[in-house]
Design a protein around this ligand. Structure first.
Ligand code: GLN
Length: 249
């Protein structure tokens, strides 16, 4: 098996080392004998929807988002076609916002989004930042997903019948908007989330979920071989969870 990953705008959307997530996915696939190919696609590059099984977009400041937004208008239809063909997607924070309907910044600029996720984002006046834990239903291991968030934007899921839902429920932290207890968006095989940085390094269950989504689109149902232990990963997860959240329940 081979997994073909498209890293979109790697030089513009990469806050907090978001690209670390691709290193994790690569390793976890290779440990199971699955080959991985990562391609960088950025401003002005063509996007062939047939070439990829998984798309990745990191987060970024408003200024970089403005540059990316213009290019995404061109790539949007190809991205949607790839997803309709079965590809998966992971978009973090600024990338997630740009795949919604629009993002209105604190200075009033409006960046049109791709409309891939039925969500919209409006900046508030206080930054939503800190550590976060969420509960995600679909994971095979029932442990929370832990991470870090830092955003001005408040994202709201539209109440349409489009088959989308929040990625998870906030246990601690802010999530989509700090009010309704939702975090991220899951739409088909596409995941948008506010959880930044090397998220998948300390959430092996989420990493494998994303790998399965990406491989299933191309190969049908796949059974991912369990990795022995994941001891380091779970130790990082535990340390994070206990350090920040123990006793706050
Ligand atoms: N600029 C966006 C915001 O502040 C996204 C930031 C990010 O990707 N961390 O909401």
């Amino acid at each position: 098996m081979k997994l073909r990953i498209c890293h979109l705008y790697p030089e513009l959307l990469n806050l907090y080392g978001d690209r670390g997530n691709l290193l994790v996915l690569r390793r976890r696939a290779e440990w199971r004998g699955i080959q991985v190919e990562i391609s960088w696609v950025s401003l002005g590059d063509p996007l062939d929807p047939k070439n990829y099984d998984l798309f990745f977009l990191g987060g970024g400041p408003d200024q970089e988002q403005g540059i990316v937004a213009q290019d995404l208008i061109v790539k949007g239809p190809y991205l949607k076609e790839a997803l309709a063909r079965g590809a998966a997607l992971l978009a973090i924070c600024g990338g997630y916002q740009l795949l919604g309907r629009y993002y209105r910044t604190a200075s009033g600029q409006v960046f049109s989004g791709v409309g891939l996720f039925p969500v919209y984002t409006i900046a508030g006046d206080k930054r939503l930042k800190g550590n976060i834990a969420i509960k995600v239903e679909d994971l095979s291991i029932p442990r929370p997903v832990v991470g870090f968030e830092n955003h001005m934007g408040r994202t709201y899921l539209e109440a349409s019948e489009e088959g989308h839902r929040p990625l998870g429920r906030v246990l601690f932290g802010y999530g989509n908007n700090g009010v309704d207890g939702t975090e991220g968006c899951l739409y088909g095989r596409a995941i948008g989330t506010y959880l930044h940085g090397p998220l998948l390094a300390k959430n092996p269950h989420l990493a494998d979920y994303i790998l399965s989504l990406a491989l299933e689109g191309r190969y049908g149902q796949v059974e991912l071989m369990p990795l022995p232990g994941d001891e380091m990963e779970w130790r990082a997860h535990e340390a994070f969870f206990h350090r920040f959240f123990k006793g706050k329940r």
